[in-house]
Design a protein around this ligand. Structure first.
Ligand code: NAD
Ligand code: APR
Length: 234
């Protein structure tokens, strides 16, 4: 059925979460066994409060994640999505991920709702640095300000351009496919509903059930995303 919808859809939008990158080696946040937030309280680590009052733990956590996105690479599923964009089968990707793997695999139309770990910026002068800097040097800018990853932390609003692009894409979608997200976080988890309300078919592919499954036209649980996309690509 999904293969038929994918071939017939005039506008297909893919929405990805951390589950899209676990097969590349990056842990997700809320999976029973490996989720990052099972071991750490996100509000104490991935928040503006942590950046301002617990900066050493903050840097240690994000150095670890920067090392991860440098060590690991996009997997076959990322390349299939990029190929489908070239074929016109996928129009855009809305991602909550900060690893930059969709772009590395060749996808062009990508909205990064939560920013990117591939860049750092100075909190004082705004100077942009490559995230390698977080590994090699102290986290100070040449102006003396401190550097931080260019991601959205708990307590911050999403980048308006990515938010607006995602809203427009969700409204245009005829087919909206969620890949690897628990849909636990606002406002990211609202985009599947926007698409559904505008008449799109909603498909949710996730190892575990989500609270949004009841709104979906098709739910695929218990299947790895890489396998799911490979089967659909044949
Ligand atoms: P939240 O669950 O409290 O919701 C964010 C609130 O801000 C919502 O009410 C939403 O409507 C509003 N909002 C945010 N950006 C907006 C925008 N651009 N336009 C309109 N409304 C907007 O979120 P939170 O717990 O404060 O976390 C904020 C965001 O940071 C979440 O999306 C979260 O996923 C993200 N985050 C990212 C990381 C990371 O490592 N990248 C870590 C933690 C949180
Ligand atoms: N195939 C299918 N599903 C998978 C796979 C896989 N290979 N790996 C993990 N999953 C599923 C898990 O079962 C989980 O339900 O992906 C989902 C990932 O959900 P989360 O860990 O909650 O990640 P995500 O939805 O991206 O979190 C949203 O929260 O902390 C913030 O900003 C952070 O962007 C993140 C946001």
């Amino acid at each position: 059925m999904l293969s038929k919808w994918l071939n017939e859809s005039s506008y297909t939008v893919v929405f990805t979460g951390a589950g899209m990158s676990t097969e590349s080696g990056l842990p997700d946040f809320r999976s029973q066994n490996q989720g990052l937030w099972n071991k750490k309280d996100p509000s104490k680590i991935a928040s503006t409060e942590a950046l301002n009052n617990n900066v050493h733990d903050f840097i240690a956590f994000y150095r670890e994640r920067v090392l991860g996105i440098k060590e690991f690479k996009p997997h076959k599923g990322h390349y299939i999505l990029a190929d489908w964009e070239k074929q016109g089968k996928v129009n855009s990707i809305i991602t909550q991920n900060v690893d930059g793997f969709h772009q590395q695999a060749g996808s062009k139309q990508v909205a990064e709702l939560h920013g990117t770990l591939q860049k750092l910026h100075c909190q004082t002068c705004g100077e942009i640095y490559s995230s390698e800097e977080y590994i090699q040097r102290e986290y100070y800018c040449s102006c003396g300000g401190t550097l931080r990853p260019s991601i959205v932390l708990f307590g911050e609003t999403l980048p308006q351009d990515a938010f607006q692009f995602a809203l427009e894409e969700a409204e245009k979608a005829e087919l909206f496919i969620v890949l690897g997200s628990s849909l636990s976080v606002t406002p990211a988890n609202q985009f599947p509903l926007v698409a559904k309300e505008k008449g799109a078919k909603l498909v949710i592919v996730n190892r575990e059930e989500t609270d949004f499954d009841l709104y979906a036209d098709q739910v695929v649980n218990g299947k790895e995303i890489g396998e799911f996309l490979t089967e659909l690509d044949d």
